[in-house]
Write a protein that binds this ligand. Structure first.
Ligand SMILES: NC(=O)c1ccc[n+]([C@@H]2O[C@H](COP(=O)([O-])OP(=O)(O)OC[C@H]3O[C@@H](n4cnc5c(N)ncnc54)[C@H](OP(=O)(O)O)[C@@H]3O)[C@@H](O)[C@H]2O)c1
Length: 411
């Protein structure tokens, strides 16, 4: 494996997130002796991107081909130690690459937030990944690293201080400033289409334990509902909460982490992720207004005519994303509240600098790829389908706090 031609291949370097990830990776690979390649389907655009990259160590190779060209994808996987992919929607463009990485024992990370596709990939390839040694880690962006590593951080603190994990954790998104990219819009549109056409989609979406191993898909949490009209009072933080549209996805990843790590958070662990407004009637109204707006947006996306209008005139297209100013001035904060079996409350705060959808996401993907490439012998798990917390845990947390503008603290 060490003899492979490239340490890291970034697949999808011409997209909105891919261009930023290429930049971060080239900068971080400089001086570390890592051989980097960037890939995509358009040679001219890849060449233009390479021109603008900061100095990595040595020349950056270009790999040009199509995601559905199994022979090309298979060969690319055999040439790399790690592939990081931004080519999404992954349910449309990602399956051949995962299969190829599994087959050739190549470590892999991506930005998917598509649980039904993750479930399909796990079912199809997990046994083989265990045999070949490929570590496959989905969801290495804003979905779902802050939630997954945040819960692990709070549970580590609970165990160290009190000898017991928190029996429930609520993650509240308290602040979020930034934009989203064309690929995120495309993934959302694809999810809306699948919701109408694929009965399996809703089954996986609604099942809170859908990403857990087959015989472990039960637990105390109720169904994940994508956008219920539900405004609730958080008695610990004394403020109103509203649904957070990525909450169901991130929660599934957190629950999978717990299950595949052997239940360090306990079998009766409960998890919920929503967004926080403030107290009083003003906080309630803000939560209610944005919940209703979210619901209306979902209805508009479900109706083909309005969906077409939104797609043409409102949502960003492939390759588009927030401006440099928005990316750099963006930020987010999550507050995690954990309750110990004796009722003691523990709180953690995660702050991310840069807009969550592109800048922070691509910094996290970069560190995940570097972690898979550089911490090979320190990663505690072998081949298989892992989550960020179960595969990289504190190794990745250290990296993103040092290099990705993130902080984790108890308060
Ligand atoms: N987890 C998170 O927090 C998070 C955050 C942001 C984005 N995402 C996800 O990341 C993915 C990428 O988002 P994005 O905004 O960067 O998307 P994008 O701008 O549309 O870029 C997609 C990339 O895929 C390439 N591509 C598409 N079809 C291909 C094919 N058949 N063969 C080879 N390459 C192909 C595109 O190449 P061309 O340039 O040649 O078209 C482009 O490089 C999406 O799935 C999105 O949902 C996740």
């Amino acid at each position: 494996m060490n003899k492979r031609e490239f340490d890291i291949v970034l697949w999808g370097a011409t997209g909105a997130t891919g261009r930023r990830a290429a930049h971060h990776l080239a900068r971080r690979c400089g001086g570390r002796g890592l051989r980097l390649a960037i890939g995509g389907r358009n040679r001219e655009r890849l060449e233009a991107i390479r021109e603008d990259l900061p100095n990595a160590d040595g020349p950056i190779a270009l790999l040009v081909g199509d995601s559905h060209d199994a022979a090309f994808i298979g060969e690319m996987a055999t040439r790399a130690r790690v592939v990081a992919s931004t080519v999404g929607p992954f349910a449309l463009y990602g399956s051949e690459l995962v299969a190829a990485c599994v087959k050739s024992g190549t470590h892999y990370c991506d930005l998917t937030a598509e649980p039904q596709w993750m479930r399909a990939m796990i079912d199809a390839h997990e046994d083989e990944a265990r045999e070949t040694g490929a570590r496959i880690v989905h969801s290495c962006g804003h979905d779902s690293i802050p939630s997954d590593l945040g819960v692990q951080f709070l549970q580590d603190a609970a165990l160290a201080r009190h000898g017991k994990p928190c029996k429930r954790i609520a993650t509240r998104v308290t602040q979020m400033k930034g934009g989203f990219s064309g690929g995120t819009a495309a993934s959302f549109l694809n999810a809306m289409r699948l919701r109408e056409t694929d009965p399996n989609f809703s089954r996986v979406s609604n099942d809170p334990y859908a990403l857990c191993p087959e015989d472990q898909r039960t637990g105390p949490d109720g169904p994940d509902r994508m956008m219920p009209i539900e405004v609730t009072w958080d008695a610990d933080l004394r403020a109103w909460t509203k649904p957070y549209f990525m909450g169901p996805m991130n929660s599934k990843v957190v629950r999978r982490s717990n299950a595949i790590m052997g239940y360090p958070y306990g079998r009766d662990f409960r998890y919920q992720e929503t967004a926080l407004t403030r107290g009083g009637i003003g906080g309630w109204w803000t939560a209610m207004r944005s919940t209703l707006f979210g619901r209306l947006f979902l209805i508009a996306m479900a109706v083909p005519a309005t969906r077409g209008l939104l797609q043409r005139h409102v949502l960003p297209k492939s390759g588009e994303g927030p401006s440099k100013e928005v990316r750099e001035s963006g930020s987010y904060e999550l507050v995690l509240v954990g309750e110990q079996p004796d009722g003691t409350i523990l709180k953690a705060r995660i702050i991310g600098q840069g807009d969550p959808g592109v800048r922070s996401t691509t910094l996290m993907l970069t560190e995940a790829a570097l972690c898979l490439a550089e911490d090979t012998d320190r990663i505690p798990v072998g081949g298989g389908f892992w989550t960020p917390a179960s595969a990289m845990g504190h190794l990745l947390r250290d990296r993103i706090t040092t290099h990705a503008g993130m902080s984790f603290e108890l308060f």
